[in-house]
Design a protein around this ligand. Structure first.
Ligand code: C2E
Ligand code: MG
Ligand code: MG
Ligand code: MG
Length: 285
């Protein structure tokens, strides 16, 4: 915009739209190269039971170890990866890395489940179920130890996604609805999909200690989920006041910076070792 104000001649060169277009093309090319070079790495964030503070699961979160820009989060590249279909290669690498890492994790003698995010195009891809089966076999993971996270919008208009989810459920793989409450079909999702876990969006958790409206939503989701026999995870728990409220509301597990940031596999292994030699990680500990 500054360029536009500075003079007519420079408008073309500095047009934001033009810059966007160029950057997108470069990014899309780079993403393909990055996938072949294995530049995508997975970080892991614990999900902790409110009942006893034990780590019941970890969520796999992809990062791009970019050769010059450093470690990039998914917001920097997932949209482009989705547009170009590179997401399918990235997703397969994430699934394989994460299953290999998570197979050995346990807390207090109980195995730690693995949550993996999957986008609509991944779930519509015929290879997805094959890769899941291979991963389970290769690492001797019980199907229920793997949970696929989808957002509500994923399933809205795709019969092939619905079919994939039914096959996964048939295998015994778990299904979690991510960012719950932010989609416009929230309640329909619970009726039509084989859902096991509801992950309540962090926008509601942010106000858990202070906002009456957020508290009402959290309590209502917790009660509804309990009636339906579903587990609940509060995302983005950052402080003890939020933790105390979600515990009292009857939410079954929490995930957030209060407990641990997403970290590389080796750090998660060390965190788990600390978590059960010291005390369970909980506001009550
Ligand atoms: P998500 O699945 O809802 O993951 C939770 C996000 O919240 C992560 O962001 C995590 O780092 C962040 N987070 C965790 N605890 C806190 C907290 O206490 N406070 C705040 N403010 N944020 C917290 P991240 O890693 O940037 O991932 C963003 C999104 O990218 C994910 O949201 C997920 O939708 C997507 N994503 C990540 N990895 C993959 C993947 O392997 N495949 C696909 N298809 N999508 C992925
Ligand atoms: Mg998720
Ligand atoms: Mg989420
Ligand atoms: Mg999300």
């Amino acid at each position: 915009y500054a360029a536009k104000a500075a003079g007519k001649n420079r408008v073309q060169v500095f047009s934001p739209a033009l810059l966007d277009g160029d950057q997108t093309t470069a990014l899309e090319t780079e993403l393909r190269t990055a996938a072949s070079r294995g530049e995508f790495v997975v970080h892991y964030q614990p999900i902790v039971a409110t009942r006893d503070g034990r780590c019941t699961a970890v969520e796999a979160l992809v990062r791009w170890a970019h050769p010059t820009h450093g470690l990039l989060g998914p917001d920097a590249f997932l949209d482009a990866a989705e547009r170009t279909g590179v997401i399918n290669r990235i997703g397969e690498q994430v699934l394989r890395q994460a299953c290999a890492a998570a197979a050995s994790w346990e807390d207090g003698g109980r195995p730690v489940a693995l949550h993996v995010n999957a986008s609509p195009s991944q779930l519509a891809h015929p290879r997805f179920v094959t890769v899941v089966r291979e991963c389970l076999t290769e690492h001797a993971l019980a199907p229920k130890q793997l949970i696929i996270e989808i957002t509500e919008s994923t399933v809205l208009d795709s019969p092939s996604v619905q079919a994939t989810l039914d096959v996964l459920a048939g295998l015994g793989v778990g299904l979690a609805v991510d960012d719950f409450g932010t989609g416009y079909s929230a309640l329909t999702t619970l009726r039509t999909l084989p859902v096991d876990i509801v992950k309540i969006d962090k926008s509601f958790v942010a106000g858990a200690a202070t906002e009456v409206a957020d508290q009402a939503v959290l309590e209502a989701i917790a009660q509804m989920a309990a009636r339906l026999g579903l587990e609940t995870v509060a995302e983005g728990v950052e402080d003890l006041d939020q933790q105390r409220f979600v515990e009292r509301a009857g939410i079954t597990a929490v995930q957030g910076y209060l407990h641990q940031h997403p970290v590389p596999a080796a750090e998660l292994t060390a965190w788990l070792a600390r978590a059960h030699t010291d005390q369970p990680v909980s506001s009550r500990a």
